[in-house]
Design a protein around this ligand. Structure first.
Ligand SMILES: *[C@@H]1O[C@H](CO)[C@@H](O)[C@H](O)[C@H]1NC(C)=O
Ligand SMILES: *[C@@H]1O[C@H](CO)[C@@H](O)[C@H](O)[C@H]1NC(C)=O
Ligand SMILES: *[C@@H]1O[C@H](CO)[C@@H](O)[C@H](O)[C@H]1NC(C)=O
Length: 222
């Protein structure tokens, strides 16, 4: 019998797991992406409890709020009445706007006189606009149809879908240009525009490779 030996049989995965989980939680709290109009709580973990003074900054120059021992003092800023200092040094921001995107700084002055800065990035995105598919070109020749559809605004991530499957990965441009025949045409083409917080789509319908299906198009017809 050799009891120490057992230590060697702890699966490697179990030893690594707690470390990986901690790393993920850390990342999640340091970077947030939210949709405009939402209410956000900026929270920094592990703030030392014995602080003399703390302050939240929008950036290096703009202080939002500071607290010494008494009630928090709010500074004149773009946030006006939209911020509150919460318990556990959290910063609540109501109705966030795109301009609120920044790397916020929590500065804590310790009793010892040492100052510590912690950072948290907030990215506020507007919802994507609803795309509208435009026909750039449809050209029929000997049973084949050459289709060119466009969709969405430049700078946004676009995906195209046929009636069942997405088109090959390369088509992430806002223009879909394909040649189809009666065997492989799609009865619908969907353009999906998305960003990290929202997604919208538009669909056009076809009855034949080159014929629009207006009933499908206006799906609500009797
Ligand atoms: C944000 O908070 C305010 C005040 O508590 C509330 O009225 C509003 O509905 C909240 N908005 C969202 C998007 O949750
Ligand atoms: C449909 O088939 C034709 C002829 O085989 C081919 O040229 C075309 O690329 C195909 N289109 C799609 C969308 O698969
Ligand atoms: C398109 O949007 C609708 C809701 O508006 C959703 O139900 C559907 O799944 C979306 N389709 C695709 C392909 O993203």
């Amino acid at each position: 019998m050799c009891p120490q030996r057992q230590e060697w049989f702890i699966p490697l995965g179990l030893l690594l797991l707690p470390h990986l989980l901690l790393a993920n939680i850390q990342d999640a709290s340091d970077q947030m992406t939210v949709i405009s109009g939402s209410n956000v709580t900026l929270k920094i973990s592990n703030v030392i409890p014995d602080y003399k003074q703390l302050a939240w900054f929008y950036n290096d120059n703009q202080k939002i709020v500071e607290q010494e021992s008494k009630a928090p003092k709010y500074f004149k800023s773009q946030f006006k009445d939209r911020v509150r200092l919460g318990v556990d040094h959290t910063l609540f921001i109501y109705n966030v706007q795109k301009e609120d995107s920044s790397t916020y700084i929590l500065k804590v002055l310790k009793e010892s006189g040492r100052e510590i800065s912690k950072y948290i990035s907030l990215e506020v995105l507007d919802p994507v606009p609803k795309p509208v598919i435009k026909f750039e070109k449809t050209q029929e020749e000997s049973n084949r149809c050459h289709l060119k559809l466009s969709c969405g605004t430049e700078g946004l991530s676009v995906s195209w879908y046929g009636d069942s499957r997405p088109f090959p990965k390369e088509i992430h441009s806002n223009v879909l240009e394909i040649t189809v025949n009666p065997q492989n045409y799609s009865r619908s083409y969907t353009c999906q525009v998305s960003n990290a917080v929202s997604s919208k789509n538009d669909t056009v319908y076809f009855t034949l490779p080159c014929s629009l299906d207006l009933m499908g198009q206006f799906g609500v017809w009797p």
